[in-house]
Design a protein around this ligand. Structure first.
Ligand SMILES: Nc1ncnc2c1ncn2[C@@H]1O[C@H](COP(=O)(O)OP(=O)(O)OP(=O)(O)O)[C@@H](O)[C@H]1O
Length: 246
């Protein structure tokens, strides 16, 4: 593993048509750190995640994953880099016709072909145990509550032991108590696995609990970056408004 930042944006700009979404954005996320990306709707938070995954390319600047610049990578190299990442998107994206356990087994069978059935079962059980779904493994996704779906999606992201976890809106669609349980789970995973996490969220209170650092985007610019303590001294209006919410 590299000694330097795990994820780094270097003067990244991204526009769609005539609209500048990100302008000259630079930040670093260190090994085992959790970064929460905050900002109003449409400001470019998901675009930032897509730049990290290599689904979008910057118009200017560079994106590094464990010190490798990915912006010129072909699909083969991007696939290799994406193997370092686990993804949890808003919908949790489970296959409805497979049980929870089979949803987790699928990526292992596809990507780790040398694994025995016993080893796959062990890895699936371990991931489900970690998210508190050990006794729900035979359930179908339709039988799960919103919070359980998120847990199952998280277990599926974890089953391949990613070094980087990318999470879009962990608390969306959840009541405050369930959302806070998901935050607890993210904290536990960070502590137990030392996974580097990048979390897009509107939940400032949750970010206060989980994040080592926050990045605040506004009108294309990174207007705040650092720990919540660092941001207390930030005079930008958006940063001040966000901090006063929690
Ligand atoms: N592929 C694309 N083509 C054109 N415009 C896009 C594309 N992807 C995103 N955008 C635009 O970029 C802007 C930022 O989108 P993004 O999804 O990153 O917002 P966001 O901050 O994640 O918002 P939200 O909090 O509502 O999810 C939006 O105006 C969106 O319409």
């Amino acid at each position: 593993m590299s000694e330097g930042p795990v994820v780094e944006f270097c003067h990244v700009s991204k526009r769609f048509g005539r609209r500048n979404i990100l302008c000259d954005v630079s930040f670093q996320v260190g090994n085992g750190e959790a970064l929460c990306i905050l900002g109003r709707s449409g400001v470019g938070k998901s675009v930032t995640l897509k730049l990290i995954i290599g689904l979008l390319k910057p118009d200017m600047g560079d994106v590094f994953i464990e010190s490798e610049s990915i912006v010129q990578f072909n699909e083969e190299d991007l696939t290799r880099v994406r193997r370092k990442m686990g993804f949890l998107f808003q919908s949790a994206a489970l296959f409805d016709s497979f049980s929870v356990a089979n949803n987790l087994a699928l990526p292992l069978q596809r990507l780790e072909k040398n694994k025995s059935a016993d080893e796959i079962k062990r890895r699936v059980d371990e991931a489900l145990q970690q998210v508190g779904l050990a006794s729900d493994k035979e359930k179908m996704p339709v039988e799960l509550s919103g919070g359980m779906r998120k847990r199952a999606g998280l277990a599926r992201a974890l089953v391949l032991n990613p070094r980087i976890l990318l999470i879009d809106e962990p608390s969306s669609g959840l009541d405050p108590i369930t959302a806070s349980e998901i935050d607890d789970l993210l904290l536990k995973i960070k502590q137990e696995r030392h996974t580097t996490m990048i979390i897009v969220t509107h939940d400032v209170r949750g970010a206060r609990r989980v994040a080592d650092k926050v990045a605040v985007l506004d009108e294309g610019a990174l207007v705040g970056f650092g720990s919540f303590a660092d941001l207390e001294h930030n005079e930008n209006d958006t940063v001040c408004k966000l901090l006063s919410e929690s």
